[in-house]
Design a protein around this ligand. Structure first.
Ligand code: HEM
Ligand SMILES: *[C@@H]1O[C@H](CO)[C@@H](O)[C@H](O)[C@H]1NC(C)=O
Ligand SMILES: *[C@@H]1O[C@H](CO)[C@@H](O)[C@H](O)[C@H]1NC(C)=O
Ligand SMILES: *[C@@H]1O[C@H](CO)[C@@H](O)[C@H](O)[C@H]1NC(C)=O
Ligand SMILES: *[C@@H]1O[C@H](CO)[C@@H](O)[C@H](O)[C@H]1NC(C)=O
Ligand SMILES: *[C@@H]1O[C@H](CO)[C@@H](O)[C@H](O)[C@H]1NC(C)=O
Ligand SMILES: *[C@@H]1O[C@H](CO)[C@@H](O)[C@H](O)[C@H]1NC(C)=O
Ligand SMILES: *[C@@H]1O[C@H](CO)[C@@H](O)[C@H](O)[C@H]1NC(C)=O
Length: 320
């Protein structure tokens, strides 16, 4: 009796311990603002919905901001900092300059959070929640966002240039840049499925449509109509032709037909080690959604500032 009682309590302990590990993965917790800012999640969700209603592309832009935040010294809101006399921020780094967007939407949402619970919700968490809400709004998977990240007091243009892979990268270079963040090839292929939404500039896909051979000829030809060899740098094309604002698996289907927009996109289906993953995602939406969910939570856990590290910025653009 005593022994079985012990077993019972030990089991309860194991279950409770397992559950708490789940909830605090990477020191973050899904309940972080439950008592300190109960409206945090709904404020962000409403702000994201309003912004996407106004401009559909904003969902893509917000999802990308979370990625560009997390890859540079962890998910710490650093991408949102404007330049100061003390540092050059990340906004003019090559992957962001004339490309990263959504900063005004972030400011508007942050102002509403500050009205409701001053100094409580970090900019890094705002980006993580907005990435989830954008994905859901456009028809993608949902997940519980782990929270409790704090904001950096510094940013680094050089780190952004070094950590975010450019669209000219080959497969092994992209694998390395994800591995440097603790993300596997499978995480990488699932996460880049985010290119099922949003747009890219001529300057990002020019080399691919003029110089590469692993591209469908008529697809390349139609893109050359809007993206000349020189000029029209900012003309936009859909990352996922036909359904650029619907979070679906057609990005992968395009790759099977050699209709990836960026050189880097087509690298994932070019006879290399990730072909099979692309094939599998192209066939199975629920598998893509399941893996995307798992990998974006993992990405959101990259080196968060917790405890008393960093600060809760009042204005996401500057240090308090
Ligand atoms: C695998 C490496 C990746 C490369 C090389 C890459 C590169 C790019 C480039 C060049 C653009 C277009 C930028 C422009 O021309 O202005 C873009 C857009 C975008 N990227 Fe990626 N990306 C990668 C991975 C990811 C990941 C992991 C996510 C999110 C989880 C993501 C989300 C997006 C979104 C949503 C857009 C469209 C943004 C908009 O329309 O405002 N990308 N990416
Ligand atoms: C709505 O979107 C347009 C771009 O399409 C932008 O110029 C404008 O600032 C947005 N308005 C609000 C309230 O976000
Ligand atoms: C910001 O970080 C850079 C290196 O990443 C460092 O040289 C600089 O001193 C830091 N600036 C501040 C204000 O902390
Ligand atoms: C960012 O883009 C602007 C406008 O095109 C350009 O003038 C500036 O040189 C670019 N900055 C960097 C650091 O490349
Ligand atoms: C991939 O790109 C990296 C960095 O640009 C380069 O060092 C490497 O040789 C390339 N690998 C292949 C297989 O082309
Ligand atoms: C294509 O390749 C040629 C030769 O390597 C190079 O000069 C050019 O800059 C590349 N890009 C485009 C858009 O032609
Ligand atoms: C520049 O882009 C526009 C579409 O935005 C297109 O109509 C025009 O033909 C392009 N110019 C060139 C020289 O390709
Ligand atoms: C699709 O993926 C789901 C989730 O992993 C799996 O349960 C299902 O069996 C897969 N369907 C097919 C047809 O392979």
């Amino acid at each position: 009796m005593a022994a079985s009682g012990f077993c019972f309590y030990f089991l309860v302990f194991l279950v409770a311990f397992g559950a708490s590990l789940e909830a605090t993965n990477g020191q973050l917790s899904t309940e972080f603002y439950k008592s300190t800012c109960p409206k945090a999640l709904s404020i962000v969700q409403e702000g994201v919905a309003a912004a996407i209603k106004n401009e559909t592309r904003m969902g893509a832009s917000l999802l990308r901001l979370h990625f560009h935040d997390c890859f540079v010294n962890g998910c710490d809101g650093s991408v949102l900092l404007d330049d100061t006399a003390n540092f050059v921020g990340e906004k003019t780094a090559i992957p962001n300059n004339n490309s990263a967007r959504g900063f005004n939407v972030v400011d508007d949402i942050k102002a509403k959070l500050e009205e409701s619970c001053p100094g409580v919700v970090s900019c890094a968490d705002l980006l993580a929640i907005a990435a989830r809400d954008s994905t859901v709004y456009l028809g993608g998977p949902s997940w519980k966002v782990r929270l409790g990240r704090r904001d950096s007091t510094n940013a680094s243009k050089a780190a952004a240039d070094a950590s975010i892979p450019p669209p000219t990268s080959n497969l092994s270079a992209i694998i390395s840049s994800f591995a440097a963040q603790g993300l596997s090839s499978k995480d990488m292929v699932a996460l880049v499925g985010a290119h099922t939404i949003g747009l890219a500039r001529c300057t990002s896909f020019r080399d691919h449509i003029y110089n590469d051979t692993d591209i469908d000829k008529s697809f390349a030809k139609s893109l050359r109509q809007i993206c000349p060899k020189t000029g029209n740098d900012s003309v936009l094309a859909d990352l996922d032709l036909k359904t650029p604002f619907s979070f679906d698996k057609l990005y992968y289907t395009n790759l099977l037909k050699k209709k990836g927009l960026l050189h880097s996109d087509q690298e994932f289906f070019s006879g290399g080690s990730t072909d099979q993953m692309v094939n599998t995602f192209a066939k199975n939406t629920s598998l893509f959604f399941k893996d995307f969910r798992k990998s974006i939570v993992k990405m959101g856990n990259i080196k968060p500032l917790t405890g008393s590290a960093g600060q809760i910025r009042i204005n996401c653009r500057r240090v308090n």
